[in-house]
Design a protein around this ligand. Structure first.
Ligand code: SF4
Length: 489
């Protein structure tokens, strides 16, 4: 047992006022060392899920699996674990639990033995008709091993009447609704697929140093490619299924009406790593532009622009540049408290934000401060940070948010509280400002956000994004929710 696992009381309470990223996926075809490369990719995608991690490999004869609770570095810290995953093909998954509890049985990749052989699946996103499908599958005799929505893929593939793996896979994805970026591994191929609206990201890369010309990577974000020295090839398109086998890469578009993309706009605001590139746009540059739009839309006289780290940093740089107000690191974030031996008592719970953030009095004292954050969920963190900045001597605190007010829950793979727990759902901006204790509060508008991403004003034309958590315009039916088959948090 490692020291970190001995002291593994995670400070969940610190993060219960943040959105949680969903999951990260990686697939490798084919090198000598798929497990190590998959682990490197998962490590780069750690921001997308910190609760659990897993890898499945195939060595030409049999599949090998290792899954565990914790960070990638903890689950795969022992070199013997990687050594127990031989083979040139592999898929991996980082999990943040959007459905299903955090238990080992819910950790992906999920694996099943089918009549055609072994098959493993890793899923990023959330299905909106999983409960309905599950009810019908259970009636047909399917025995579910986990409580994650992703397991419906395994059962739909198992009961499909088609004979080959690809046809079964396509049969399965045609029955599900919701957001999915999938990687799957059979003994003959690596499969990657995005839902028809491409809500979650998925990219294709190439391993240039491999002896085999036919060596490929699929991953949630380009940052995973950098970590393994791979080259970016392209985004996998919404509704596209990619098959990689010994003959190379093939592409299928099984959805005839695949006309529009509704990529999650919040990936640009917060979820994706800033060094990633999505749809040919640098996430970092997009965030700076959002900050610049925010400065234009809600200018206020002040002495210093201070980001709430880490996710508020690029937007704050953009805000500072556009407003000609100096940028300073007035809040320092501790990167070492993710796991700690401190018990989460109520007293410690109240100290949570202070453990995570500390003020840098030297640049705040006596100043009018513009604080930049990416979003407001419940508002408790914002309130504490404003208090901390005032306590460090700020004479005014103006809070600016690099996204529109989050008024609605996400059903496509981001962990958000029920609507009534979102501060912006129940309060006006003035009321929020008062509750948080800021001198003023401003959000970038939905139009400003679209301008920053260089799209025309929202006009119902392609391309658009999913912006449902700001607008309530859900682009994929919420079947389980509408049938009250899912519980609110
Ligand atoms: S609802 Fe919000 S967080 Fe969820 S996919 Fe849409 S834009 Fe992204």
């Amino acid at each position: 047992m490692t020291l970190s696992s001995l002291f593994s009381h995670e400070l969940d309470f610190i993060d219960d006022d943040e959105f949680h990223e969903e999951c990260g996926v990686v697939g490798i075809w084919t090198t000598q060392d798929a497990a190590s490369l998959t682990a490197l990719g998962l490590h780069a995608l750690q921001h997308r899920g910190q609760e659990a991690s897993g890898i499945v490999t195939y060595d030409g004869n049999q599949f090998h699996t290792h899954r565990g609770l914790g960070l990638v570095g903890e689950v795969f810290d022992d070199p013997r674990v990687i050594a127990s995953l031989p083979g040139g093909m592999g898929i991996g998954h980082n999990r943040y639990a959007t459905t299903g509890e955090t238990q080992l049985r819910n950790v992906q990749p999920l694996y099943g033995d089918f009549e055609f052989g072994g098959f493993a699946v890793a899923h990023n996103g959330n299905l909106t008709n999983a409960q309905l499908l599950k009810q019908s599958l259970v009636r047909r005799g399917c025995l579910f091993q986990s409580s994650t929505d992703s397991e419906v893929f395994i059962h739909l593939i198992a009961i499909s009447l088609y004979s080959n793996v690809i046809d079964r896979f396509i049969d399965a994805i045609k029955q599900v609704q919701g957001a999915y970026s999938l990687v799957a591994l059979s003994k003959d191929m690596l499969i990657a697929a995005r839902d028809p609206l491409g809500v979650r990201p998925l990219i294709l890369g190439k391993l240039p140093y491999s002896q085999d010309e036919n060596s490929w990577v699929v991953a949630s974000e380009t940052c995973a490619l950098s970590s393994m020295g791979a080259d970016f090839v392209r985004d996998i398109e919404p509704g596209e299924v990619i098959i990689i086998d010994h003959d190379g890469v093939r592409s299928i578009h099984p959805f005839a009406d695949n006309t529009s993309s509704r990529f999650c706009i919040f990936e640009y605001v917060y979820f994706a790593r800033p060094d990633s590139v999505i749809e040919n746009k640098s996430v970092y540059m997009a965030r700076k532009k959002i900050g610049a739009e925010l400065a234009k839309e809600s200018h206020v006289e002040a002495d210093v622009v201070v980001p709430v780290p880490d996710s508020g940093v690029p937007a704050a740089i953009g805000y500072a540049e556009a407003s000609n107000i100096p940028f300073e690191l007035g809040i320092i974030r501790s990167h070492y408290i993710g796991r700690t031996f401190i018990e989460p008592t109520d007293q410690i719970r109240n100290l949570g934000v202070k453990l995570k953030h500390a003020t840098n009095r030297a640049v705040i004292n006596g100043k009018r401060v513009i604080l930049i954050d990416d979003s407001i969920v419940r508002g408790t963190t914002s309130k504490k940070i404003v208090e901390m900045v005032r306590a460090a001597g700020a004479i005014e605190v103006h809070l600016r948010i690099a996204s529109p007010p989050t008024q609605h829950s996400c059903f496509y793979g981001i962990d958000t509280p029920a609507e009534e727990k979102l501060l912006a759902h129940t309060h006006s901006i003035d009321e929020m400002c008062k509750l948080i204790g800021a001198d003023s509060l401003g959000f970038v508008s939905a139009d400003g956000l679209y301008r920053a991403l260089q799209e025309d004003k929202r006009n119902n034309q392609n391309p658009q994004y999913c912006d449902a958590c700001f607008t309530g315009d859900y682009p994929i039916p919420l079947t389980d929710h509408d049938m009250q088959l899912v519980k609110s948090k």
